[in-house]
Design a binder for this molecule. Structure first.
Ligand code: COA
Length: 176
């Protein structure tokens, strides 16, 4: 375990590139299924502005995170999927992926992020269910959380949150 922890410290977190394409797809097929992997592949490498990061160790993609735009509040993203290969879990790699992704999102001028997932996990980054209450979606509840990247980004907004149709399947079907 000590050896694996020291290896985890050598992990690089960076934006996904074309050269990662096959490995990202294989990772998502391993963690989720082929249809989710195909939807994500189209989003990451399509024309839409998405934010995708990988965790890489010695040339191997061992984790990946995707944030994609949703319509509603100005410059809002949804986070999904977020995956680490089973052999590398519980070593803070997933946490670092989220931290790096949120930092980059802020830097790029995104103002808020929504996620449907395990509240105890995403709370550590500042995601709160009450912050997402402003969104009029059928999956409202304790597992639906939001984070303001810019203070007050969601304070004066309420209304429907529209996910691209293909992305909705990803955002709601992958959950810890
Ligand atoms: C979710 C996932 C990406 C996390 O990656 P990871 O590298 O294992 O996560 P980390 O090591 O950074 O964090 C582990 C922490 O989560 C906690 N945790 C584990 N299971 C948990 C659960 N069911 N609920 C809440 N917290 C949990 C651990 O106790 C640990 O806490 P600590 O940091 O206080 O020690 C990974 O488990 C995964 O790929 N899961 C399958 C896909 C998935 O469900 N993705 C999320 C939805 S998009």
């Amino acid at each position: 375990m000590a050896e694996r922890k020291s290896l985890a410290a050598k992990v690089t977190y960076r934006e996904t590139g074309e050269a990662d394409r096959a490995q990202v797809r294989a990772l998502q097929e391993a963690v989720y299924d082929g249809s989710i992997a195909a939807l994500c592949d189209a989003m990451i490498f399509g024309s839409e502005e998405t934010l995708s990061l990988v965790a890489e160790l010695d040339g191997q993609v061992i984790g990946q995170i995707l944030l994609a735009p949703v319509s509603g509040p100005e410059r809002a993203l949804a986070l999904a999927p977020h995956a680490v290969l089973p052999a590398w879990r519980d070593m803070q790699i997933g946490t670092e992926l989220v931290r790096h992704a949120l930092k980059l999102a802020r830097h790029r001028g995104w103002r808020s992020v929504f996620v449907f997932g395990q509240p105890d996990y995403y709370r550590r980054f500042g995601f709160r269910s009450r912050t997402a209450d402003c969104a009029d979606v059928t999956w409202q509840g304790p597992r639906f959380l939001a984070l303001e990247l810019e203070e007050g980004a969601l304070a004066a907004w309420s209304g429907p949150l529209d996910y691209p149709e293909s992305y909705l399947a990803v955002a709601l079907s992958v959950r810890r």
